[in-house]
Design a protein around this ligand. Sequence first.
Ligand SMILES: NC(=O)c1ccc[n+]([C@@H]2O[C@H](COP(=O)([O-])OP(=O)(O)OC[C@H]3O[C@@H](n4cnc5c(N)ncnc54)[C@H](O)[C@@H]3O)[C@@H](O)[C@H]2O)c1
Length: 435
Amino acid sequence: MRACQRVARVSVVAVVGLGYVGLPLATRAAEVGHTVIGLDSDETKLSALGLGCSHVEDVSDERLAAVMREGRFRLVLATPTQGDPARYDYGFNGFDIGIITVPTPLEDGKPDLSYVEGAARTLGRRLRPGGVVVLESTSYPGTTEGLVADVLLEESGLQPEVDYHLGFSPERIDPGNEQHDFETTPKLVSGTDAAALAAVESFYAGLVKETVPVSSPTVAECAKLFENIFRQVNVALVNEMATLAHDLDIDFWQVLDAAASKPYGFMKFTPGPGVGGHCIPVDPGYFTWFAQRRLGRSSRFIELAQEVNEGMPGYVVERAEEMLGRSGLLGAQVLVLGVSYKKGTADQRKSPGRSIVDLLLDAGALVTVTDPYARNWTATTSLDASEAAGRAADFDLVILATDHDEFDFEAIGRSARLVLDCRRRMPANESVHTL
Ligand SMILES: NC(=O)c1ccc[n+]([C@@H]2O[C@H](COP(=O)([O-])OP(=O)(O)OC[C@H]3O[C@@H](n4cnc5c(N)ncnc54)[C@H](O)[C@@H]3O)[C@@H](O)[C@H]2O)c1
């Protein structure tokens, strides 16, 4: 690892994709003095950003407004066709550093790199000799030197290592995590050759406290996937243990605390209602697809972990049914706390809380949702988070799916008739059951 040296040079930085990854990056780059062009294809998102309203919890409206006010953060609509020419500056002449932070979903189990391709075309049309392009979106090994380099060549006629610098630097951002943020989380950096690595590292050294150079984009791409596979597999292991321990009548949370007292060779993961967000349920699929395509081999651990985690919302609903006894879920009044995929964020992508709500509705339950981050929730009736404790006793069952700190767990646990706590935020007793 290398301690970072700040870069004195001020650059024009183009960030393509202003989501959970791109917005914190763009804001930080503007704060350290770069001129930032933020491109996005979502006009609604750009309109809000233009008014200084951040959709990402890690970037406050104040930070955003400050860089906008100082003129260091300019918004550009990436696809101008339907836009209002009066409101956006569609053009930008060029950039010194172009960064791709667009989604990389799976479509029927196959990587969908159409967003990365679109972003690379946008940058390729403005790429100049001496420029730097970095892919941050998560993808399978070889994407940077394959697809991204090919598209940039098509659009610009320029070759990496000859005309410009190309690299990959995975984002490790954990939305809502106040302890490890964009600046304090070590950043992996890579380039296709030594000069590219130096250029990429020099840029990020000005943004974060520590950079970690690796030998190639392939290593960095695979490291990012492995980090998320590691998490997915360990979450599945602890979830499976928790479900088996429940049937064996063993208090698994006590087991977990006991095991976690070992100071080496053990890392604590906690059971929960499943995995969500754009990373853990998706990224491992990039590796399994890649290994299958290149080697014709399956990645058994990863596939099994995925199966276990995907089964968790169903397990939660089975436990709910069991708790309600003879009356069952049909017609039961159920309050679900939290529908974003984890606490402190509004992100509902692949959220287990949402799956639990769907399964409860399928079973005929009358579902109410409360989540301070789920503005505009219309799928069921909803309740303000501040009312949850006062109203908890009105429901046959309360399911704590996502433990936002805004909930008054103590008061809910005290007043509810029956609780299924999937996050162990309340002491277990006759009416409060943990997963
Ligand atoms: N969300 C996380 O916690 C996280 C963490 C680490 C890595 N990642 C990875 O980072 C990448 C981005 O994830 P995200 O969560 O920020 O996604 P996001 O959906 O929040 O943001 C992506 C943005 O890109 C825009 N976009 C799509 N295509 C575009 C194009 N051609 N031109 C311009 N803008 C375009 C979208 O409108 C959207 O605003 C993914 O590869 C993801 O796996 C995400």
